[in-house]
Ligand binder design. Sequence first.
Ligand code: ADP
Ligand code: MG
Length: 372
Amino acid sequence: MNRHQIDLGFVRGGFRLRVELNLPSSGVTVVLGPSGSGKSTLLRLIAGLEQPQEGRIQVGGQLWLDTGRRISLAPQRRGVGMVFQDYALFANMTVAGNIGYGLPRKGRRQTVREWIERLHLTGLEARHPHQLSGGQKQRVALARALAREPDLLLLDEPLSAVDVYLRQRLRDQLLAVAATLEQPVIMVTHDLDEARHLADQVGVMVGGEMYRFGLTSEVFDDPGDVESARVLGWRNLLPVRWIEHDAAGGEWGRLNLARDLSPEVAWLGIRPEHLRIVDRASEGLDARAVRVRELGAFRELQCRLTDGTPVYLQRPWNEPLPAPGEHVRLGLPTQHLRPLSEGLGQVILHRTQVVLTGAEPPAADDGMHAVA
Ligand code: ADP
Ligand code: MG
């Protein structure tokens, strides 16, 4: 009932953004996408730091933007908290000053004290930003955003400025804070592990449009289109040249999917951990081993199919793998093969339908969730 509706159309130079988002009233939404796809612009439009040519933003019962009615609240009048990649703290202010900035005088000290405790900043109140570690700066920025009790929290790559070895801990802290929040969070990242850890739902943005939006496990398991699959780290992508009921093929061979395929299927995808090496008589694809890469607990075998298409296979480190140059037969288990469309507008979802808790099911004509 208290869902948040965000519809935006924005053009600047050669860049176009067209997004319709229907957010549940709580939970973390992670937006993934290539650099330049418009993720930061989306957050800035929601915050009111950029003006769209057309759009409507309704958060809870509040209307922030309606270009049709010439309504656009100033950023400070939107109940929005924003944390940027570089934190944008005021360098000449203390930690307490940063957190309390802009709060009403009445109750300010109490509010600042609460957030200092809640984000484990006790003892650092009088320090300036240059006297803080990356993680501490991040928590100050988060406290400053949360102290205004925003209706919506926007995080633009909040962990990207942090050392790799600190990320894990900060990610856990962020998750702990996010779990206690009543308001929804939209977070941009390009770290897939982070998205899986933090997100309740995931949006994939490509070229200014939300190609895929749904529950995290469903989006990662079934990308729907090849662009989203690339963003989500699916590296085994086979171009489909022909379809015959339940089989598809290309110069690389033929695969039986044991179910009827939609004519929009342009690619087949499978994750590296689902490929198997099988004996020559078994169903599968012929390939040649190229090289082996050590990945700690796993090893990755890169192969080339007969037409040169690269495929990657991941196995536990102690399993024997063929040597470079050897012929191998690869088994691609049917249940792990995902049919993918070429791009937006014909997303192929075979196993799942996008339904978000607390949100209305998307309208059939919005083009984004068309089900084959
Ligand atoms: P992302 O955050 O996904 O990397 P951005 O939203 O920053 O993408 O950028 C979207 C598009 O807008 C890109 O084409 C980028 O080059 C352009 N862009 C970003 N910031 C500006 C700016 N201040 N002025 C002009 N163009 C910009
Ligand atoms: Mg950005």
